[in-house]
Ligand binder design. Sequence first.
Ligand code: 5GP
Length: 117
Amino acid sequence: MSAGGDTIFGKIIRREIPATIVYESETVLAFRDINPVAPVHIVVIPKKPVVSVAHAEVEDKAILGELLLACGEIARQEGLDSNGYRIVSNIGRDGGQTVFHLHLHLLGGRHINWPPG
Ligand code: 5GP
């Protein structure tokens, strides 16, 4: 099962609610997180409503690659290349996922601690 139900991210894709969009391709959309935890905090999503990495299927292989490539491009755009950044995907309850539409968090602009809390 890769298709998810509608979420707040579906509304952003359809422009039903506003978001600060920083990147868009045929398959990927990226926008600034409404509650940023770092100076740069961007949410990178497939337009296809896959629930999480755990729900992705072989047919989603290209989309998964495009998400990571988009992160690299956005990081360059945001000037994060020299100091680095982190890409995170929260999956399910223990992963802390709150929006059930697959997304990567692109975090930068400060040192991101490890391990996460
Ligand atoms: P999760 O907790 O599922 O890994 O991440 C969901 C993220 O989406 C959170 O960081 C949250 O702040 C962000 N978010 C939730 N609703 C909205 C919204 O309406 N607009 C934007 N831009 N971000 C949102």
